[in-house]
Each structure stands twice: as structure tokens, then as C-alpha cells.
Design a protein around this ligand. Structure first.
Ligand code: NAP
Length: 329
């Protein structure tokens, strides 16, 4: 069936500016890390992506690694782009990342110029697009001079293969260094992509939030629901098909007594606000102005719809934030 995007897709959508740049992101972005490989049905995943766009989600986060197998999530997205979203390409922020291992070859991992630019070319072919909007160095590579990694990002812009550049998982000092090198090269760092959630507050503790404000880049945070732990789904065990049951990245051991105690306490705060734990968790990361967008994953269009509703609740009050801090101790 021919897809026509919902006419009202921007009616309720909320956008936030990335640092001191001119680019706006949707408050919630959508990521294709897991369950968008060849192991999941194309039509169901296509419906989820199209629902995301209909809900005003214009930013789709991808990487050469995502699958399984590696590269499959981008090939999936390329197919949806070709089939449905091509007329809307100008309304999309498409990203890719390179540098995390995708094979045994020394050129399929790390922050070298060879690895990054080779991966980007391959990703453009997989996505079936001439350019991405953001090209990321997926992780810092201490064995490669930062100048070389940054130089590859700059070249990608100069070659017209990406509009902006980002970094991900960089510690605060290395992020500052990268931001300085990029600024000197005339290609300001657009965004940093760290993990941030109620269960992982490191960006507050390690100064990354402060650095983002000082250096003028945005933070596009990942796993804001702690891969599903910050939803109500694990409060009574592990439901069939949930990530903790079938993913190498979320062990069932994470669902222990300490987890249940903290998640139940947070759930009570959410219930008192008339919302779900997932919605509370998303509002919580977005309370910080340094956070440009939270990238959620979803294994169905229904999950995504539920998560987007988080944006319609009143902001968290100081009292509620204090209760949340207490629940996490
Ligand atoms: N830069 C990096 O190194 C890096 C690393 C990780 C992720 N990321 C990016 O961030 C994106 C999001 O990461 P994430 O998937 O870990 O995010 P997340 O939003 O914390 O977790 C998403 C998972 O939680 C479950 N879920 C979501 N909404 C739900 C709901 N309303 N009710 C019940 N369960 C729900 C689903 O899992 P199930 O239904 O399968 O249980 C879903 O796949 C990734 O796709 C990727 O783009 C980047």
C-alpha cells in the first residue's frame, strides 16, 4: 500500500534545539539498535517506523553495527526509505555511526580514517541515500590519534556525505578535546550521544551535561528506558519476548530484588502522576535543557505511541524530583 504521512504529524510534535546549532530534534527520537535485523518481520518493523514518522518523530538513529547481522538494520531502513519515506527525505534526520567492531578485519573497527570513511560509504549504500544528516564516531579509540578520527569526520562533511558530525560514548575530557579540534576545523560538534537514564546518571556526575552547555553541543541520550527496565514490564517477572529474555545486551540477572525495589518505588511516583513508569523515565531525562533528544527503542508501534504520550504530561515538580532521588537510593 502506498504510504502517505499523517497530515497532522507536526501538530503536537515537540522539537528542541541541539546546543548552539541551528538544528532542531524531536524530543523523542527512534533507534534501530535491536529487533530491526533480519530476525524480525519486515512489515511489522516498517509499520513501527512509519508510525514514528506519523507521530512527528523525524530523527532515526542507526549504525553500521545494528542488526543482527551487522548492517541489517540500515538495509531494513533503506528499504523503508525507498518504499515509503523517500518523498519525505528532507524532513528526516538520518544518522549512522562507525568505529565499533563489525568484523575481524582491522579496517572494520576503530577510529582510523580507513575504518570510518569506509564504513560511511557502505552505510550510504545500505541506506540508499547520498548523505546522512549526522555521522558519528561510535566510541573513542585510544589507539588512534584523535586528530585522525576528527579529521575523518571533517572529511565526511567536506565530501558532502554528512551534514553534521557527532561523537558517542566519549568520556568528558576526550569529548572536550574533540569539540575543540572540530571547531578549529570549522565543523562544530553537533551532538554527543551518551547513555543516560534514571538508572545511569553518569552524565550528571562526570560533567558531561555541563560540558555540553559550555561547548555548545547537544546531548542525544540513548537507552532512556534502560532497555525496558524503566517500564512496568519487569515488575512481575520477565514477559515472553521481552528484551531481557532474548538479547545479549540485557541479562535476566538485571531483574533482581534491588531492581524490583527501585523500579516499584519509581512506579508508585509515576502512578501518583497518572502516568506509567516509562513516561516518567522519559520526562525525567528531558527535564535537563542540555538533553536535546532521548532516543527510544520500541518493539511495536503501540510501545512507541505509549512513550510519545510522555510529552503531554506536566513537567516534574521539585518535590517529585526529590522523591525520585530518594527512590533511587
Ligand atoms: N551510541 C551507542 O553506543 C548506543 C548504544 C545503545 C543504544 N543506542 C541508540 O539508542 C536507541 C535506544 O536504545 P534502547 O533500545 O536501549 O532504548 P530504550 O528506550 O531504553 O529501550 C527500548 C526497549 O524497551 C522496551 N520498551 C520500550 N517502550 C516500552 C513500553 N512502552 N512498554 C514496554 N516495553 C517498552 C522495548 O523492548 P522489548 O519490547 O524488546 O522488551 C524496547 O525495544 C538504540 O536503538 C540506538 O539507536 C546507541
Amino acid at each position: 500500500m502506498t504510504y502517505h504521512a499523517a497530515d497532522d504529524r507536526y501538530a503536537k510534535a515537540q522539537f528542541r534545539r541541539a546546543g548552539t546549532s541551528g538544528l532542531d530534534f524531536p524530543a523523542l527520537s527512534f533507534g534501530l539498535w535491536q529487533k530491526f535485523g533480519t530476525d524480525h518481520p519486515y512489515e511489522k518493523n516498517r509499520a513501527t517506523v512509519l508510525r514514528a514518522f506519523d507521530l512527528g518523530i523525524t530523527h532515526f538513529d542507526n549504525a553500521d553495527r545494528y542488526g543482527p547481522p551487522h548492517r541489517a538494520a540500515q538495509q531494513f531502513f533503506g528499504r523503508v526509505l525507498r518504499q515509503d519515506l523517500a518523498p519525505y527525505r528532507d524532513e528526516l534526520i538520518l544518522t549512522t555511526k562507525a568505529g565499533n567492531p563489525i568484523g575481524a578485519s582491522p579496517y572494520l573497527k576503530g577510529g582510523s580514517r580507513k575504518s570510518l570513511l569506509g564504513s560511511l560509504d557502505h552505510s550510504l549504500r545500505d541506506l540508499g541515500t547520498d548523505y546522512v544528516d549526522i555521522f558519528y564516531s561510535h566510541s573513542p579509540d585510544p589507539t588512534t590519534p584523535l586528530e585522525e578520527t576528527v579529521g575523518a569526520l571533517v572529511s565526511a562533511v567536506q565530501q558532502g556525505k554528512t551534514l553534521y558530525v557527532g561523537i558517542s560514548n566519549y568520556p568528558t575530557d576526550r569529548a572536550h578535546e574533540a569539540a575543540q579540534l572540530l571547531r578549529r576545523a570549522g565543523v562544530p560538534l553537533l551532538v554527543h550521544q551518551p547513555r543516560y537514564s534514571l538508572f545511569d546518571r553518569r552524565p550528571e556526575e562526570n560533567g558531561l551535561l555541563d560540558l555540553a552547555a559550555a561547548d555548545g553541543f547537544g546531548l542525544v541520550v540513548y537507552s532512556p528506558l534502560a532497555q525496558g527496565l524503566l517500564t512496568g514490564k519487569y515488575l512481575d517477572g520477565i514477559p515472553a519476548g521481552a528484551r531481557a529474555e532474548n538479547s545479549a545486551f540485557l541479562s535476566p540477572d538485571a531483574i533482581d530484588d534491588d531492581y524490583r525495589r527501585r523500579a516499584s518505588a519509581l512506579n508508585k511516583i509515576a502512578e501518583a502522576r497518572g502516568q506509567s513508569l516509562a513516561q516518567l523515565a522519559l520526562q525525567w531525562v528531558l527535564r535537563r535543557p542540555e538533553v536535546t533528544s532521548a532516543i527510544v527503542g520500541a518493539s511495536s508501534a503501540e510501545q512507541l505511541e505509549h512513550n510519545v504520550q510522555a510529552l503531554s504530561f506536566a513537567p516534574l515538580t521539585a518535590e517529585e524530583l526529590a522523591l525520585i532521588d530518594e527512590a533511587l537510593t
